[in-house]
Design a protein. Structure first.
Length: 590
């Protein structure tokens, strides 16, 4: 089925003569066979968003429809891969066309040359349904790729064979209920705009450990949850997302560079192969898929990149893995929606964004969650969705930020004033929130002890009290405060500088395990308790603030991961001894 171009407006192409085509079909446009997708149909006229540069394209060019929706190839070979927004492998394209992507280039997402060792786990005669495992492939040293029965291929396994195969070779044959034989390979396709099926969705109840103290302790995210990282330019969104990609305790990371600067993706590409995963000792790239659709690449492909990433995540989720999808940033994706909507001459909503902006944001985040997968009844997988939001001028009242806040349950609000003060992560503890703390309480009580949640709540109240006291200090000065209030300010300063502040470029401080976080916060709060008791017994306030143990607490986060427990115990004993002496000295003065 082919038609002819009648209008070209940037990435939007209008063609007629496509009466048999459907909305969402992939088409090839012009002599160079540019990839496009049909957005809407009016009679036999189709509006097409083209995922490549359209310069030189004009009326009369031939448009051919493939008859299939925009889909991704799912199978061994995706991990360690670098794709563009429509899952074209950038490393393979570079070999063919150099540093610039040639228009119309077509390279399969999964290599047809590479072979994989397939180890069958199902047996001939087994009655299988969609999602059941046929066998496994050791894709990387960190991840076992589980080959699943595709949706719609239920039946009796007639033949299965192990050995070395590429993704196109037949590894099994299934006889369906109607008697037809379905040949199965290690690869399957799935349309990106259709969520993969699951049996049941659960409430997220296990925290996602990220190694970032302000996140794990104050504003935790659950596995299978949703989070947004909004903030103005220069506030550290990308660094926060890099940290989450590096250290989150998930099995697979899908990092989507959607419309951000190319040098930031270059940093990721250079850094990740050299980083070692603290959870399994393997390079991080062994469990990572990168989707790079930078700001200088065609704008329409940004819109597809988000769906490409979440579909790949759902595939690994169905294997029973915990997956993190990190989108940097959804604002650039929304700008692509706005541009296409404007070219389609749709009625604009607030600030020119399409009226369906919020529903599209919801469609993305709703594909996260903890689910019982199709296949085995015991198998669970999760997708945790984390999106950066880049509001112009840091204005959180703009539509993308507001639409995201209505959907996500964790909001890490980045603050430019903290970033300028070199406080990173620059997450504002007064404007951020997490709605998962109630769901996570049983896990914390069982694994961290009841004191952990109490200390968290107390730290939050001290930080809020500090904000109130700072208003007084600005008016009449710190000396006007009583000793107890000055101790509150000192403790809040310790929480901010010695606990919340982290250095992403120091190995020992870049990642902090949850047990260590709990011990460090407990020491700071114990200093507060002992200090209040000492002040009540007549100790000198200035002497308390200048204790050698106070300085040791400030350096405690730089103690190596192997030695911190012993070091923290020494600091605790030293602090008890020094405060006892301060009380004694205060009593003598009285």
């Amino acid at each position: 089925m082919s038609g002819k171009v009648i209008k070209v407006s940037g990435p939007l192409v209008v063609a007629d003569g496509l009466s048999d085509a459907n909305v969402a079909d992939v088409v090839r446009v012009g002599e160079q066979h540019l990839v496009g997708e049909i957005l809407n149909m009016t009679g036999d006229s189709a509006s097409i968003q083209v995922y490549e540069e359209t310069s030189g394209l004009g009326p009369g060019a031939v448009v051919e429809t493939t008859g299939y929706p925009l889909s991704v190839e799912l199978g061994p070979g995706m991990l360690e891969g670098i794709y563009d927004g429509i899952q074209r492998p950038l490393t393979e394209i570079r070999k063919l066309s150099g540093d610039t992507i040639a228009r119309g280039i077509s390279v399969p997402a999964l290599s047809r040359e590479k072979t994989w060792e397939f180890v069958p786990t199902a047996k001939e005669g087994d009655v299988l349904k969609a999602g059941d495992f046929l066998g496994t492939v050791q894709e990387t040293s960190a991840i076992e790729h589980r080959i699943m029965v595709p949706v719609g291929a239920d039946g009796t396994l007639k033949e299965i064979r192990g050995g070395m195969f590429n993704v196109d070779e037949v590894i099994a044959k299934i006889e369906k209920e109607d008697g037809t034989i379905r040949e199965l390979t290690m690869a399957q396709k799935w349309p990106v705009r259709v969520a993969r099926p699951y049996v049941k969705k659960f409430v997220p109840e296990i925290p996602l450990s990220t190694g970032q103290r302000i996140i794990d302790t104050l504003f935790p995210l659950a596995k299978g949850g949703t989070a947004a990282v909004p903030g103005p330019f220069g506030s550290g969104k990308t660094v926060v997302q890099h940290q989450l990609a590096k250290w989150s305790d998930v099995d697979i990371v899908i990092y989507i560079g959607c419309g951000e600067r190319g040098n930031e993706m270059t940093d990721v590409l250079n850094e990740f192969p050299e980083l070692i995963d603290p959870h399994n000792g393997e390079p991080l790239m062994k469990r990572t898929v990168l989707i790079a659709n930078t700001s200088d690449m065609p704008v329409a492909a940004r819109e597809a990149s988000i769906y490409t990433g979440i579909t790949i995540a759902e595939y690994f989720r169905d294997m029973g893995y915990d997956v993190a999808v990190i989108a940097d940033s959804t604002s650039r994706w929304a700008e692509a929606l706005r541009e296409m909507s404007g070219r389609l001459e749709e009625m604009p909503g607030e600030e020119g964004y399409p009226a369906y902006l919020t529903s599209r944001i919801a469609q993305f985040y709703e594909r996260a969650g903890v689910v019982q997968t199709i296949g085995s009844e015991e198998r669970r997988g999760s997708i945790t969705a984390i999106g950066a939001v880049s509001p112009p001028g840091g204005d959180l009242s703009e539509p993308v930020s507001q639409g995201t806040m209505r959907i996500v349950k964790v909001f890490w609000s980045l603050d430019s004033s903290l970033a300028y003060a070199r406080h990173f992560p620059a997450i504002n503890w007064l404007t951020s929130y997490s709605l998962y703390t109630g769901n996570l309480l049983p896990w914390y009580d069982e694994n961290m002890g009841k004191s952990f949640v109490k200390n968290r709540e107390r730290a939050m109240s001290i930080l809020q009290e500090e904000a109130s006291l700072n208003e007084i200090v600005r008016l009449v000065g710190r000396d006007s405060l009583g000793a107890q209030d000055q101790l509150t300010l000192e403790t809040a300063k310790m929480i901010r500088e010695d606990f919340l502040q982290q250095n992403a470029f120091m190995d020992v401080d870049s990642y902090s395990e949850l047990k260590r976080q709990a011990m460090l916060l407990a020491i700071i709060l114990k200093y507060d308790d002992l200090g209040r008791d000492a002040l009540a017994k007549g100790a000198d306030m200035n002497a308390l603030f200048s204790l050698p143990a106070r300085e040791q607490i400030g350096r405690a986060k730089y103690v190596s991961a192997e030695e911190y427990e012993e070091a923290y115990q020494k600091i605790d004993a030293q602090m008890n001894d020094e405060i006892a002496k301060a009380i004694a000295a205060g009593g003598e003065e009285l």
